[in-house]
Design a protein around this ligand. Structure first.
Ligand code: G16
Length: 544
């Protein structure tokens, strides 16, 4: 087979965001666009000749085509072996699991996560390093720099690989193994959780759950683990067939996009437990019967109860959360006498802490939770952790969370998203806030007084690298906060995220609706950022 060197020209904007390069499919379909980025990845790596690459994605439109392109390019660039999920499928946490288990050099994950899929929608690609986690900024910056100077890419003249047949084939000098995308991951989950206790709970018939795979990648994983291995009744998993366009929906597990699940669980005779995952299976939403658990609370509850799961019975080394995530987990860490790390948004920032054994459990307000078992957040892991906790405590989701609040107090929390803003207006608003940080401390807004305000900057305690400009924080007395940042995962315009938090120690007020409990802070947040005048919006698009 012949290696071909193809002349090309750089494309503007091949800059990885919070999690890889995400663009509209039509952008990726431009001749050489995908190839340029893949070549830029390869040229930013050293020492991969003859090594193993893991490859797979969430099955969205363009996934299969991209897999074939990357296989030919990996062969031409000198990889020795590629492990690719059958059908081109690997959930993001499963890709991380496979990279680690087989000691691969790294992996390429094809996904735009919770963004919609289809010919007019989004596609994405990211590189994961040998620890199974997203490439750190120094690698993504190198990829971007390479993409701006690229002149050639290399590929092999070879036929497509049959992705639907498990087994081994040669592509030039490179071996391609088409592997079961679920088996390694399911096996890992069995080592972490008390499958017997969970199976027993399902066997009683008294505990019912509904899992919404949102027609995205976790369908086959959830059916195998929940229905086959744990014996949950058939039909526990809904929307379980992965579709290239996710059935036309946003595969985003939140109250706005997982409406059907919420309806099912909230029905009078609804199940006890509901959960959903996103496009690539790394996010999760947890709900109980008529009870929504915020991702921040979920992290705190998981951290406080992790020792009930066999994989965590010796306790946690530490907890890590992204800066905008509520401070509920900090209270658990304090109680356990372990450190709590506050990192910028993006799972990649947890990698060094997990590798160094400084943190065991991590979480983000953006519906991400996970642990040191892989180096990605992991939707089904969180679901299994909750099942394990429920099976051991024999309490409902609502009882578990309320008991948690009674013990630690409640960090009442909400995120307001303003989507589809004009980029200039959104950036202007952030500039305005950054400038204001200096003069805010000491200012009073009714009950609230600003104690500190800054643009969050983080120095990694393991490798010393610094990341600045990670979001404007306004920290008030009594632990209340407002945080502002622009989303790094969108593909159109800009999305402003406003995170609002207040601590409530008084148990009689724990059942308050967060929007009411936070009403004053929400007004302050709009006023400080001049959201109305600068964006023309009088209300957020999504509230979670
Ligand atoms: C990605 C990252 C997450 C991060 C989220 C934030 O999630 O992997 O670690 O919290 O983006 O998104 P934004 O920048 O839009 O607030 P995912 O699930 O999209 O890969």
């Amino acid at each position: 087979m012949t290696i071909r060197t193809v002349e090309t020209k750089p494309f503007e904007g091949q800059k990885p965001g919070t999690s890889g390069l995400r663009k509209k499919v039509v952008v990726f379909q431009q001749p050489n666009y995908l190839e340029n980025f893949v070549q830029s990845i390869f040229e930013s790596l050293e020492g991969f000749r003859g090594q193993t690459l893991v490859l797979g994605g969430d099955g969205r439109f363009y996934n299969r085509h991209a897999v074939q392109v990357i296989l030919r390019m990996a062969a031409a660039n000198g990889f020795g072996r590629v492990l690719v999920g059958r059908g081109g499928i690997l959930s993001t946490p499963a890709a991380s699991c496979v990279i680690r288990k087989y000691g691969a050099f790294g992996g390429i994950v094809l996904s735009a996560s919770h963004n919609p899929g289809g010919p007019q929608e989004d596609f994405g690609i990211k590189y994961n390093i040998g620890n199974g986690g997203p490439a750190p900024e120094k690698v993504t910056e190198a990829i971007h720099a390479r993409s701006r100077a690229i002149e050639f890419y290399t590929t092999l003249e070879a036929d497509d690989v049959d992705l639907d047949r498990q087994g081994t084939v040669q592509v030039g000098d490179m071996t391609v193994e088409v592997i079961d995308p679920v088996a390694d991951y399911a096996e890992l989950m069995e080592t972490l959780f008390d499958f017997d206790a969970i199976a027993e709970m399902f066997a009683t018939g008294e505990f019912r759950m509904c899992y919404d795979a949102m027609h995205a990648v976790t369908g086959p994983y959830a059916v195998e683990i929940l229905e086959r291995r744990l014996g949950a009744p058939g039909g526990t998993v809904i929307n379980g067939v992965p579709l290239e366009d996710f059935g036309g929906h946003h595969p985003d597990p939140n109250l706005a996009h997982a409406k059907k699940l919420v309806e099912i669980v909230n029905a009078a005779d609804g199940p006890d437990f509901g959960a959903a995952s996103d496009g690539d299976g790394d996010r999760n939403m947890i709900i109980g019967h008529r009870f929504y658990v915020t991702p921040s609370d979920s992290l705190a509850v998981i951290a406080a109860n992790a020792a009930l799961a066999p994989g965590y019975k010796d306790g946690l080394a530490g907890i890590a959360r992204s800066m905008p995530t509520s401070q509920a987990a900090d209270r658990v860490a304090r109680d356990l006498g372990i450190p709590c790390f506050e990192t910028p948004t993006g799972w990649k920032f947890f990698g060094t802490l997990l590798d160094a054994g400084k943190a065991t459990v991590c979480g983000e307000e953006s519906f991400g939770t996970g642990s040191d078992h892989v180096r990605e957040k992991d939707g089904l892991w969180a679901v299994l952790m909750w099942l394990n906790i429920i099976a051991r405590r024999r309490d409902s989701v609502a009882e578990i969370v309320r008991a948690h609040w009674r013990r630690y107090g409640r960090n009442i929390y909400s995120r307001h998203d303003y989507e589809g803003l004009e980029t200039d207006a959104a950036e202007g608003l952030m500039d305005h806030l950054r400038k204001a940080t200096g003069s805010l401390p000491g200012q009073r807004f009714g009950y609230y007084e600003v104690e500190k305000s800054d643009d969050f900057s983080y120095t990694d305690p393991v490798d010393g690298s610094t990341s600045s400009g990670q979001g404007v924080r306004v920290l008030f007395n009594h632990g209340s906060r407002i945080v502002y940042r622009l989303s790094g995962t969108g593909t159109e315009g800009a999305t402003l995220r406003v995170y609002i938090e207040r601590f409530e120690p008084d148990e009689t007020r724990h059942d308050m609706d967060p929007q009411q409990a936070l009403a004053d802070l929400i007004d302050i947040a709009r006023e400080l950022a001049e959201i109305g005048p600068r964006t023309g919006r009088d209300a957020p698009t999504v509230i979670t």
